[in-house]
Design a binder for this molecule. Structure first.
Ligand code: MRU
Length: 343
């Protein structure tokens, strides 16, 4: 198998390179994204997905595409490019954060200098993510013990970030250190990130993984097979309310009922201190075809049946046992604990 990477800048620095996650686990194909439209499409269609990974893709995308902008109105066009990329997906704040960082790095510079600054900033976003994922994983390991049963939802592994990932980072690092976890991966309807991506990643890392339907999680909890739930996140509001893949909220409610710790793994790039609470988080809605037809030989409902397909939900802060960040572990109430860590 080719060496897997999620997202990176090409050697010639003229393209964002990604693995096309829509084809996994059946086909491993890498893509070169060289235009704003190609980067936008790849993010929108989830060829590259996961909050940190789309932030990294947007950073590299802005650098690559900025080379073709006119010298005269360079910063104006860069702004337009940034707004365009941000509009590809609304919920993960990493995307907007990465674009903001790129814009402020280039502010006031002429095109030549701006390009050098944009290159520097985009690689910084990437390198920082690697370091944050590693630190988060180290903190995560303090919360579990060898042999634990872990339930995870969606994919918060290396495919969602630069390396290690967030929610799965603890499991991948733990494996390197000799821990044997038993992971239960929710398939994660409708786009099946748990089945297609998480079970693929963990299986290749040699971690014991069992794929379950989303609605089997509660039974497993009642049977005592789950010691902790691990999820990533797309936006954490200042009060700790957390947006993540649709279905995460049900996992948290179930975990509370069964007295099982529910942990959110969160790099600081995913915290939105400008967003007071979960009510303010915009939830992406996607097409009904993803529910009715995408993964089926024949449609599973009649064409005229309406669908509602929100891509994320918000887990209230009080259901979250801890938020694990690169700077340490925060506990409820998060308004004060997050502020204390991040100032
Ligand atoms: O729609 P997706 O696949 O981009 O959703 C991703 C998730 O919900 C992840 O759990 C989240 O981005 C955390 S990734 C470290």
């Amino acid at each position: 198998m080719d060496k897997i990477f999620t997202v990176r800048l090409s050697d010639d620095k003229n393209a964002v390179e990604i693995i096309d996650q829509t084809l996994l686990p059946n086909e491993i194909k890498f893509l070169r994204l060289e235009t704003p439209e190609a980067v936008f499409e790849a993010i929108k269609e989830l060829r590259v997905r996961g909050a940190p990974a789309i932030g990294i893709a947007a950073g590299f995308g802005m650098y690559v595409c900025a080379k073709k902008l006119s010298e005269d109105n360079f910063y104006g066009e860069l702004n337009k490019l940034g707004n365009y990329l941000v509009s590809s997906r609304p919920t993960a704040v990493n995307l907007a954060h990465a674009v903001e960082r790129m814009l402020s790095a280039a502010k006031g510079a002429d095109k030549k200098l701006a390009l050098a600054l944009l290159y520097e900033e985009s690689t910084k976003i990437y390198d920082e993510d690697k370091q944050m994922c590693r630190k988060i994983s180290e903190y995560g390991l303090t919360l579990v013990k060898d042999g634990d049963g872990i339930l995870t939802h969606c994919n918060a592994g290396a495919l969602a970030a630069s390396e290690y990932g967030t929610g799965l980072g603890t499991l991948l690092l733990g494996k390197e250190k000799g821990y044997n976890f038993h992971v239960f991966s929710d398939e994660t309807r409708p786009l099946l990130q748990g089945a297609r991506l998480t079970s693929f990643e963990l299986n290749h890392a040699g971690i014991d993984v069992t794929l379950i339907c989303d609605n089997a999680a509660s039974l497993l909890m009642s049977q005592g097979k789950i010691d902790a739930c691990f999820v990533g996140c797309d936006r954490v509001a200042a009060n700790g309310d957390t947006a993540n893949k649709i279905g995460t909220r049900s996992v948290a409610i179930n975990a509370k009922f069964h007295n099982i710790p529910f942990y959110v793994f969160c790099p600081s790039s995913t915290i939105d201190f400008n967003c007071e609470s979960g009510e303010k988080i915009v939830i992406e809605e996607r097409g009904g075809d993803e529910i009715k037809t995408k993964f089926f030989e024949k449609p599973i409902a009649e064409a005229e049946v309406k669908c509602f397909n929100p891509a994320f939900d918000v887990t209230p802060a009080e259901l979250i046992t801890a938020i694990v960040t690169e700077k340490g572990i925060c506990r409820y109430p998060y308004t004060s604990s997050l502020k204390k860590l991040f100032g």
